[in-house]
Design a protein around this ligand. Structure first.
Ligand code: C5P
Length: 298
């Protein structure tokens, strides 16, 4: 007889009914305009998503409980208890719906934790999408975005995971089409440092450096910034090395830090130049986390 824990994990690994990908989020530019009275910051940001990310599998259980099992390269870095954003999102949705059933969830954590590419937010959004499918729930988009915002500022944008201009605290979403970006080869690089979003925001110097204009790629590349970069670099000086190295890569046309860091990205003209850059960086910096992907086309 296997011990009961063994049996439980076996059960989780079989018979999953649905899967959602929690697409990595990238801020191609992030302008911080002001500190708000509620402690959050007013942003203007262009969000895009990678076609890859964490993976969430799940099935309905009749018990009423929501259980989470984590695996994957970064699975050991997050908890499986009520503090986990996936568990919080599931509890919030279940109580909103008055749902009596539960779910067994498995999160395969491929993205580094606390790294500026929305892992936690994307996982939360994927949880809401997956459980709505499993529980056969229908919620108006505005209501779902409202619920998502109670869990985190980036979660509403992660629900659809399409290119958006994001304002406010993260909840004002506007579809944004930059056709040149669709499917663009994208390299994500994290030097192995986890940063606290709250700490990085708190380190912003309070200076409004102007609006984000992103009507075309040139404006985004030349006039776009990540205003959290100086504060993130103070926490993790290695970010400067990542950015310098990415700027030297042949074929890249935009490199910057994403979110509150420490992950930086580079967009490439061709897949070949992106691959060559990834290969060179892996050889030079074996401890850096490097992901080759593309911008997701909805
Ligand atoms: O909303 P979320 O919990 O993801 O945000 C984490 C922290 O990041 C907040 O507690 C806040 O300190 C900071 N933040 C901010 N302004 C935003 C979003 C996040 O100051 N627009």
């Amino acid at each position: 007889m296997p011990p009961p824990e063994f049996e439980m994990i076996q059960n989780i690994n079989i018979d999953m009914q649905a899967t959602e990908i929690a697409y990595a989020k990238i801020n191609l530019a992030l302008h911080v305009r002001s500190r708000r009275p509620d402690g959050y910051h007013a942003l203007e940001s262009l969000f895009v998503f990678a076609q890859d990310g964490d993976r969430l599998d799940g099935r309905v259980t009749e018990s009423g409980a929501v259980t989470l099992h984590t695996d994957g390269p970064f699975g050991t870095e997050i908890t499986e208890d009520a503090d986990n954003l996936v568990v919080k999102a599931a509890a919030a949705l279940r109580s909103y719906l008055g749902e009596s059933r539960g779910a067994a969830l498995r999160l395969t954590k491929n993205l580094p934790v606390a790294s500026g590419i929305g892992g936690g937010s994307a996982d939360t959004a994927a949880t809401l999408r997956l459980l709505m499918r499993l529980w056969d729930a229908k919620i108006e988009r505005a209501k779902l975005e409202e619920l998502a915002l109670t869990i985190g500022s980036d979660v509403p944008a992660c629900l659809a995971s399409t290119t958006r201009l994001v304002r406010g605290r993260g909840e004002l979403l506007e579809d944004h089409d930059l056709p040149e970006l669709a499917g663009a080869p994208l390299l994500l690089v994290n030097p192995g440092v986890a940063l606290s979003t709250g700490r990085v925001f708190a380190g912003w110097d309070g200076m409004d450096r102007g609006a984000l204009v992103a009507d075309n790629l040139k404006e985004l590349c030349v006039g776009g910034r990540n205003d959290l970069e100086p504060a993130a670099r103070r926490e993790a000086p290695v970010i400067a090395d990542v950015l310098t190295r990415l700027a030297q890569c042949q074929g890249q046309f935009l490199s910057r830090m994403s979110g509150s860091g420490a992950t930086c990205f580079a967009l490439f003209e061709t897949e070949d130049t992106m691959r060559a850059a990834a290969q060179a960086l892996r050889a030079e910096y074996p401890i850096w986390w490097i992901m080759e992907t593309r911008i997701r086309t909805a």
